[in-house]
Design a protein around this ligand. Structure first.
Ligand code: ZN
Length: 370
């Protein structure tokens, strides 16, 4: 992740912050105006603690997913919130429901500790008093109360049914129990995009939050790409790998140089590439890793093996075609080798899976027209 910095690894999950993260601190300092050093320190402490709560929220999702055997690639914090990058979304509605709700439940738990604590430690009469001399307590009180309150608002905001926000996932899971995953997704996506539109209009009309506007755009496009994934997944059900396998393909020999591999792959219109040793599959080379090596690091004369090869499991001719989609999604690549009795017999391309979706849509619309 080039645009993010790793800040640590906890419970086997890397945590990153997006480069724009410090902007939120500057933004809040800007809107809160100038203050004493102590007020500024407390404001910064508040934002950092808020993001600790957001991180714990993401761990809620990640650990619930782990309970169902799904790994989390990373957790990234940005000014618009946190994202836990799960390797896949659970298909069973009940599992998706628990993974989605686990994040907000963490904030419920934090608020359930902070608010009673604040209630007894800092009765509301002291709330909001100015800092006078060394009497910092009223403002630490404000900090604790505000953190309690912000956790409640995180729960409420995340539970807005704007797919793919948490509330939208809960909605899809509930709908999927009745309608099946495909229809449930279509509904959840439409409702999500409706909310995205409302958020955007509100952000513009109120002349306020740039964050809400960015969230709206994010929701709109994330909803659309997830709908697409579910549609392809549906189009692939009842199909086997051999129906989507291409027998003719280009692969890079391990002894080739990175430079010739790049020119060949461009000529052949390939994206990610299989690397082979005399026809035997040994790994996948991502196009962006290849370009990085040749164009940025200028190491084109080195052999293909000097690049990072991903050890992605191969497909079997008799697998369900859905396995191809899942494996590509999990490893974020767009080509996979297909084996038959230990020998590589072809490849599956992401673009072919997409074409299948177009084919299905076309077939549906022409049946409807008849
Ligand atoms: Zn969440």
């Amino acid at each position: 992740m080039g645009s993010s910095w790793k800040i640590g690894r906890f419970l086997d999950i890397d945590v990153f912050i997006h480069w724009s993260f410090p902007l939120i601190i500057l933004y809040f300092l800007y809107i809160s105006g100038a203050g004493s050093a102590a007020t500024v320190a407390l404001s910064v402490a508040f934002i950092l603690l808020l993001f600790v709560c957001v991180t714990l929220h993401e761990y809620g999702h990640a650990l619930a997913a782990r309970g169902y055997g799904i790994n989390t690639r990373s957790i990234t914090l940005s000014p618009i919130g946190g994202v836990a990058q799960l390797e896949s979304i659970p298909e069973k509605p009940r599992q998706e429901l628990w993974v989605a709700i686990a994040g907000p439940l963490v904030n419920v738990a934090i608020a359930a500790v902070l608010i009673p604590f604040a209630f007894f430690a800092f009765p509301l009469s002291g709330f909001g008093e100015e800092i006078i001399g060394e009497a910092l307590v009223p403002d630490i009180a404000t900090l604790v109360w505000a953190l309690g309150a912000v956790n409640i608002s995180l729960v409420l905001f995340n539970l807005i049914p704007a797919f793919p926000m948490d509330g939208g996932r809960v909605l899809r899971a509930l709908l999927a129990m009745k309608l099946g995953r495909l229809k449930a997704t279509t509904w959840a996506v439409r409702i999500g995009q409706f909310f995205a539109l409302l958020f955007a209009i509100y952000a513009i009309v109120s002349g306020g939050s740039p964050f809400l506007f960015i969230i709206a755009i994010f929701i709109y496009f994330a909803a659309r790409s997830e709908e697409r994934y579910v549609k392809i997944d549906h189009a692939l059900s009842n199909r086997q790998i051999h129906e989507v396998t291409q027998e003719h393909f280009y692969s890079a020999d391990q002894n080739a140089t990175l430079q010739e591999t790049l020119s060949n792959s461009v000529n052949q219109g390939e994206d990610d590439l299989l690397v082979t040793d005399e026809g035997r599959y040994i790994g996948v080379l991502r196009k962006r890793d290849l370009m990085q090596k040749v164009l940025r690091e200028q190491t084109g004369s080195a052999s293909v093996l000097s690049a990072t090869l991903l050890q992605v499991p191969s497909l079997q001719l008799t697998d369900s075609a859905k396995v191809a989609l899942k494996t590509m999604q999990k490893h974020r690549i767009n080509v996979l080798p297909v084996m038959n009795s230990g020998e590589m017999v072809g490849v599956v391309y992401w673009r072919v899976l997409q074409q299948l979706l177009q084919y299905n849509n076309f077939q549906k619309s022409s049946t409807a027209a008849n």
